[in-house]
Ligand binder design. Structure first.
Ligand code: SF4
Ligand code: SF4
Length: 449
């Protein structure tokens, strides 16, 4: 029987690209590389306007603290360094490179010379950090730091291939088209952490990928496939851990606190590429879909490519667009600029028309049906959270556990009254975080005086 968690909802899958092989996009003329594509400190640019850069060259790095470098995804000339908005709206420096179409690889890119079994943990951490690898499922936590924090604390690696968001099939295609590289990445992780067991968690709507993995892994005693029930948000770390181990991850705790560490499938692929070829994270797979896209596809895209290029490669728009989303429709971020770049965390670009949006024109209203409560994977009361936030009662949202909300959007999706619950929740969480930051700053200032 397939593993699953309590709560959650069934969403329309729209996996239109499940049979679309990964195509390499036409090389972009210009790429725009944001200096922050990970959780942690932003990078400082290491190049200046007019510099020639090689493909794979480090062009920005963090000077201290959490973070990993960014690389040029094409060879060419730096034509500008300018501030642009990230997919979440923050302003960050971007290195703009004009592609010379020569694909001149950086001389620093060479395969790691030692065998895996002769490699130390610190060397693996260094390879992963230098390759600029951060979680490619969307969370973008630097992978080297995840390895460091998991060492000695975990006994199980979980590879998250649930891909439970509608439309996105990038991981599914990777498992079908290059499972060996994903498995090799998992072997590196197992060796690095000194572990003997990894589970690849795949939802049961990807049976061909499950069969392929089981065929390759037949007789492998360390890596096995776990079939997950297709349910949203199965790919949320807390739900995955509960479904597979029965352990609940308490609020504010990390998977390592319950003995697990979770990596995305494409992250494993990137770890193997860094180790075997010396290749940093300069490309990723992006699903391009939505009812406006003429030919939905899965594309292999250089980091920094504008959304516009992806849309054009898919035959352009066939309808008037109303909304562009970076990521899935449930947890992705609405975008306002088609020239914004693909980053390490971009798993999908979705373009929707007005018709794909809710046709509901009435003001939102709660009819107290309780559907949002039944579906909440965090066992919250989303209707109350929305009501408190709507009336500015932020302290009450905190009391009702708003900070435990993982913003999966299940409540908003299933609400027949079309209450934008998760938006209210995001506002409340933002206010609570801002108040906490202000309090901490005041305390710090007081301590200095
Ligand atoms: S309250 Fe948060 S965790 Fe619960 S369903 Fe809504 S968005 Fe998901
Ligand atoms: S699903 Fe919507 S209508 Fe039903 S209780 Fe929740 S907020 Fe109210």
């Amino acid at each position: 029987m397939a593993y699953t968690f309590k709560g959650g909802i069934h969403v329309e899958e729209h996996k239109n690209t499940r049979n679309s092989i990964i195509e390499i996009i036409t090389p972009p003329k210009i790429v725009s590389i944001p200096m922050s594509q990970h959780i942690g400190a932003p990078c400082t640019p290491l190049v200046k306007k007019g510099d020639h850069v090689f493909m794979g060259q480090i062009i920005g790095d963090v000077t201290s603290g959490l973070g990993c470098p960014v690389h040029a995804s094409v060879s060419g000339t730096v034509i500008d360094i300018e501030e642009k908005s990230t997919p979440t709206g923050a302003r960050i420096k971007n290195v703009i490179i004009e592609n010379d179409m020569a694909d001149e690889l950086s001389p620093d890119i060479v395969p790691f010379e030692k065998k895996l079994t002769d490699t130390s943990f610190d060397e693996i951490v260094d390879i992963v950090r230098k390759a600029g690898i951060s979680g490619m499922g969307g969370a973008t936590f630097p992978t080297y730091a995840k390895l460091q924090s998991a060492r000695g604390k975990v006994d199980k690696i979980i590879i998250n291939c649930a891909e439970c968001e509608p439309y996105i099939t990038a991981n599914h295609r990777l498992l079908l088209e290059n499972p060996a590289s994903v498995i090799n990445g998992i072997k590196i992780l197992l060796y690095a952490l000194g572990l003997k067991s990894a589970w690849i968690a795949v939802e049961d709507n990807k049976l061909n990928a499950i069969n392929k993995l089981e065929e390759i892994l037949a007789g492998d005693e360390m890596i096995s496939v776990k079939v997950m029930k297709t349910k949203y948000p199965q790919g949320d770390e807390r739900q995955l851990i509960y479904a597979l181990t029965g352990k609940e991850l308490p609020m504010g705790k990390l998977p390592a606190d319950v003995g697990c560490v979770i990596f995305n499938a494409e992250t494993c692929f990137s770890i193997y590429s860094a180790f075997a070829k010396g290749m940093p994270l300069i490309r990723r797979i992006v699903t391009v879909d939505g009812d406006c896209i003429t030919n939905p596809k899965n594309l292999l895209v250089p980091i920094g490519t504008p959304y516009r290029d992806l849309i054009e490669f898919c035959g352009g728009l066939k309808k008037q667009p109303k909304k562009i989303v970076n990521g899935g429709p449930m947890m992705g971020f609405a975008q306002w600029d088609v020239n914004a770049p693909v980053t390490k965390g971009t798993s999908a670009i979705l373009v929707f028309s007005k018709n794909a949006e809710s046709p509901y024109e009435q003001p939102p209203v709660c009819i107290r049906c309780g559907r949002c409560v039944r579906g909440c994977p965090m066992h919250l009361m989303p209707n109350y959270l929305a009501m408190f936030a709507m009336h500015g009662k932020i302290d009450m949202t905190e009391e009702y556990g708003v900070m435990s909300c993982v913003e999966c959007g299940s409540c908003s999706y299933s609400c027949p009254g079309h209450v934008p619950i998760v938006q209210y929740i995001r506002v409340a969480k933002g206010e609570i975080k801002a108040a906490a930051a202000k309090k901490a700053a005041l305390a710090k200032a007081d301590a200095k005086n």
